[in-house]
Design a binder for this molecule. Structure first.
Ligand SMILES: [Zn+2]
Length: 313
């Protein structure tokens, strides 16, 4: 089992609330990644697994129920924990959201990677049969009001509801991810990126070099909309790539022209870690989302013939 050597404190602000937060990643003897609200009396640690994921409609992944104690935007922290090889950790946070930092996974990864205690003894979840989650199915699981809001949002942004996430059996001991984005905004357009995690140093340094610093993104005009609706209040040029209103440029400089889709890889790695282990298989994400990632895992685990679980060193 690998946990964290000693407590790490990370300060920042939430991207939605804009409020300052202190996150403490502490060693634990419990098995798994847990989030706990330190600002709510008697709040229990919540295991960061797919069936504890509450809401994904705000374009992030929330653990716990939205009505109760919950933590939003866990995906970048989860991706960094997975890549650093941390199986067990208790993450205490004094607000409803993880700190957004620079919008990427880099600072999380750098603080965790040097603090690993023990050898990862990761549960392998091997995909045996393909499952696919489609955007149209996600839509049907939402409340009517959310469906209307999403419809409006898509209409406004010119996006279509035809995305999917497929989980398929892989060829070896790896998690092979291919993500494709397709946006009407010219600066993004169609972008595809593939990344394979093999539990070796090569694939970890590939993540470090080419993926970890890719930032989250949003359209400037959508920010205004989100802010008017109490979301995205902490978003600014230091933590989000902001697309300009005509969609042909960004207000802040890109690290890579395809930084957008590289960021999607972080989101997928983080969300797939809510499987509770190392998901072995192939993932194809087309216009993916946190909701699709979550539905794909729910479908995978809904039938025991879809997967095998093996615990290995
Ligand atoms: Zn993200």
């Amino acid at each position: 089992m690998a946990t964290i050597k000693k407590t790490i404190k990370i300060n920042g602000k939430g991207i939605h609330s804009g409020a300052p937060v202190v996150m403490e990643i502490t060693p634990t003897s419990m098995h798994g990644i847990f989030f706990q609200r330190s600002d709510i009396k008697d709040s229990e640690p919540i295991l960061a697994v797919y069936n504890n994921v509450g809401d994904t409609s705000m374009r992030n992944t929330t653990i716990g129920s939205v009505a109760g104690a919950h933590v939003q935007t866990i995906e970048h922290v989860m991706a960094a924990l997975f890549m650093a090889g941390i199986d067990d950790a208790l993450i205490k946070i004094d607000g409803p959201e993880t700190p957004i930092l620079d919008g990427s996974a880099m600072q999380f990864y750098e603080s965790f990677a040097s603090m690993v205690d023990g050898a990862p003894q990761r549960k392998k979840i091997i995909v045996r049969r393909p499952v696919v989650a489609r955007a149209s199915e996600v839509r049907r699981t939402l409340g009517l009001w959310t469906q209307i809001k999403l419809w409006f949002f898509e209409k406004m942004s010119g996006r279509r509801n035809n995305g999917y996430v497929k989980l398929m059996p892989g060829t070896d001991n790896s998690l092979e991810i291919t993500a494709t984005l397709e946006y009407p905004e010219k600066i993004i357009g169609r972008q595809t990126y593939s990344y394979t995690y093999r539990k070796d140093e090569q694939s970890v340094s590939d993540f470090f070099e080419n993926i970890a610093r890719a930032r989250t993104f949003g359209k400037y005009s959508e920010w205004e909309y989100l802010k008017a609706h109490g979301m995205g209040r902490g978003a600014d040029e230091t933590n989000v790539i902001a697309l300009n209103n005509s969609g042909d440029g960004t207000l802040n400089a890109l690290i890579w022209p395809d930084e957008f889709v590289r960021h999607k890889i972080i989101d997928i790695i983080g969300d797939m870690y809510t499987s509770g282990g190392f998901l072995v298989g192939t993932i194809e994400s087309y216009k993916g989302s946190h909701a699709l990632n979550n539905l794909a895992l729910k479908k995978l685990f809904s039938d025991p013939t879809n997967y095998d679980i093996i615990t290995v060193k």
